[in-house]
Each structure stands twice: as structure tokens, then as C-alpha cells.
Design a protein around this ligand. Structure first.
Ligand code: G3P
Ligand code: MG
Length: 353
């Protein structure tokens, strides 16, 4: 079509499409690249390694700050990823910083959940790992947990018992998949039932936020693994049996329409290395992109989300993750189904270039 590419003065052509790649089950399985992802991504760069076509990672996963994740992904995938290109389940939490900037908040999940929240600007963040240590016997199963865990509190501010006992937790954030479900469910029930201070009388529930609500996702094991949505269901069903009022919470991540709106605005303003709008330091204000591709492996999350977001989103389902069927998914059919991400990129570039 007419605006597929804009002709630039230099003779280079300006793309009118962008791509959002899911990570788990599309780009990686655990920490291993799949579906020839490094080769596929390489095609989105110039021969000298400069970003040529706008793309981002749009994952419901997380646990490390976007800047650090960009470095990890660059190493694993052998291309240069900018922090702006990494959108994780917890990325929208930064919009809540004004609400809780100086309040005590608890961060839960694998990796460095407290470092993630501090990087977003929250001033008084404590990981549930550190928080639980202030309450003797809060986890009666603790003494039976014989495994050795490396507690990474190094990137985290440390607190005194006085700090913790004098202030109620104002909100809890499930940043990434929780590690010790039994302790985390116990301690979260305490915080949420007792108005933010375990051991006190029952009181109103502080707000609770989940980075995503994936029931299952594709990790390194051949069959899908339980995700944050499974943890949410577990916590919710227990909380609702032991508390006076049902659990109140907010979940972010795909398939929420806001995630796709945000992805669109990032793709439309992402500085490209050959971009005349940004090369000279001006912020990009390019034309809206004609097509936005969502490449995902999970029909109920990635494809449902792209479908609800409507045009210009175009969904591509791979067979390297949660979806393993022969044809298309029945309930949430994608615009096209391919075997791998490499095939997806091939399809996009053939169509667009
Ligand atoms: O924990 C990660 C998982 O829930 C989903 O990741 O990249 O498939 O959206 P992704
Ligand atoms: Mg996935």
C-alpha cells in the first residue's frame, strides 16, 4: 500500500510497521533461545547492527529492571536491545509511583523485585524476603525448609525492626512469579488481613497489584508451568475463606488493552538508528504505524489481547510455546499461525518489504 514505506532524503525508507514479541515460548524457553530467535531478530537490524525496524519485547514476565533485562537479552540474543524495547508485566507499576512514593510497600517475586520498584522511583520498598525476617515464627514451615537460598538483598535498602513495626504496609506488589508460595501466601494474608501490619487486629485490606495474570506459561519444561495467575487464584481462594471480605486486587499485563495501547505508543516513538527525527536529538513524532504485529505463543493472553486491541494489530501465533496445535486456536484464532518466530519475521518482512 501507499504508505508502506516513506521515502527519505537519504534514499533509506521509513518502515510503517512495528513488531511486539512475546518472550517466553516465542524468543526463549527458560534462558535458551528458541525458533532461531537470534537470526530472526538480526534481520531487523542493518548489516552494521543498527536498529532498522521498530520492535519491542512485550512480556508478562519480569523480576529485573528493564535496563538490566535489556543487557541480558542483548547477550543471549546477540543484538543490541535498548531498555525502551523491554516492556515487562510490571512496567506499568511505575505509573503508581505518585500514589505510594514515600509509603512502605512490599515487593514479591523471583529476581530482584525490590530493585525493580526502586528503579521506578518508589522510595520505601522492601522485598517480602526481608520483610518476613522481621517477624519471628511467621512461617511455621520455615525450619523445615532445608534448602539453602541465596538471599539477594544487596540491591535493596535495609530496614530496622523499628522501621517495620512502626509503619503499616500501604500496598503489596506481585512483581514476578513468587518463589516460596507457602510463605508468601501466609505473609500476604497477614499483611492484607491486618491492615498492613502482621499480628494486629483485622482491618481494611491494603491495595494489592499483580504484574500479570497468566495461569500457565511456557518455560524450559516441555509442558506449561503454573504462572502468576495460578498464584493469584491460590492466594484469593485462601484469603476469601479466612477473611471477612473478599480479596480486592488489580492485575496488569497482557491481555489488558492498555498494554497494547502503551506498546503502540512505544513502537511509534522508538528511536531508530537511521531515524532523521531522532538522530539530531529531536523527539520522534512520526506518523502512526499502519500495522502492528503481535508475535505470541499463548492464545488466551497474546492473541486475545491483540484481537481485543483491534486494528492495526495483527496477531501471529507460534507453535514453540503454550500453543502446540496443528491448525489455529478455536476460541482465540490468530490472524496467522506459524511454527517459529523465524517464520513469523520472514512472513512480516516478505509482506512489508
Ligand atoms: O512468567 C512469565 C510468563 O508468565 C509469561 O511471559 O513472555 O510469555 O509473556 P511471556
Ligand atoms: Mg509467552
Amino acid at each position: 500500500h501507499s504508505r508502506s514505506f516513506s521515502q527519505l532524503h537519504s534514499g533509506s525508507r521509513w518502515p510503517s510497521f512495528g513488531i511486539a514479541f512475546d518472550i517466553d515460548g516465542v524468543i526463549l524457553r527458560g534462558n535458551e533461545p528458541i525458533g532461531n530467535s537470534p537470526q530472526a531478530l538480526k534481520r531487523l537490524y542493518t548489516d552494521c547492527g543498527k536498529l532498522k525496524f521498530p520492535f519491542i519485547f512485550l512480556t508478562n514476565g519480569g523480576g529485573v529492571p528493564e535496563s538490566k533485562r535489556a543487557i541480558e537479552l542483548s547477550k543471549m540474543l546477540e543484538v543490541n536491545i535498548q531498555p525502551l524495547q523491554v516492556v515487562q508485566g510490571h512496567s506499568p507499576f511505575k505509573q503508581l509511583v505518585n500514589r505510594y512514593e514515600n509509603d512502605l510497600i512490599v515487593a514479591v517475586g523471583k529476581g530482584e523485585p525490590a530493585a525493580v520498584m526502586s528503579e521506578y522511583g518508589f522510595k520505601k520498598v522492601i522485598s517480602i524476603d526481608q520483610y518476613a525476617l522481621f517477624f519471628d515464627n511467621i512461617d511455621p514451615l520455615g525450619p523445615y525448609k532445608k534448602w539453602v537460598t541465596k538471599m539477594t538483598l544487596d540491591n535493596e535498602r535495609t530496614y530496622s525492626k523499628e522501621d517495620i513495626y512502626s509503619e503499616r504496609v500501604k500496598s503489596a506488589f506481585i512483581v514476578s512469579d513468587p518463589v516460596d508460595w507457602s510463605r508468601d501466601i501466609q505473609v500476604l494474608c497477614d499483611i492484607l488481613r491486618c491492615g498492613g501490619l502482621p499480628g494486629r487486629e483485622y482491618s481494611h485490606q491494603p491495595p494489592l497489584y499483580f504484574a500479570s495474570d497468566d495461569l500457565e506459561y511456557q518455560a524450559a519444561f516441555p509442558i506449561e508451568r503454573l504462572g502468576m495467575g495460578a498464584f493469584r487464584i491460590t492466594l484469593e481462594s485462601i484469603f476469601n475463606r479466612i477473611s471477612y471480605s473478599p480479596l480486592k486486587y488489580t492485575s496488569y499485563g497482557k491481555p489488558n488493552p492498555t498494554v497494547f495501547e502503551n506498546a503502540r505508543s512505544i513502537l511509534e516513538s522508538l528511536p531508530l538508528d537511521c531515524d532523521p527525527h531522532t538522530a539530531n536529538g529531536h523527539g520522534a513524532s512520526r506518523q502512526p504505524l499502519d500495522t502492528l504485529y503481535m508475535v505470541g505463543d499463548n492464545p488466551v493472553v497474546d492473541i486475545k489481547g491483540a484481537c481485543q486491541a483491534g486494528r492495526p494489530w495483527f496477531s501471529i501465533l507460534t507453535r514453540t510455546g503454550v500453543f502446540k496445535g496443528k491448525g489455529n486456536h478455536e476460541q482465540f484464532p490468530a490472524d496467522i499461525v506459524v511454527d517459529t518466530v523465524e517464520e513469523a519475521v520472514d512472513y512480516i518482512l516478505k509482506k512489508e518489504c
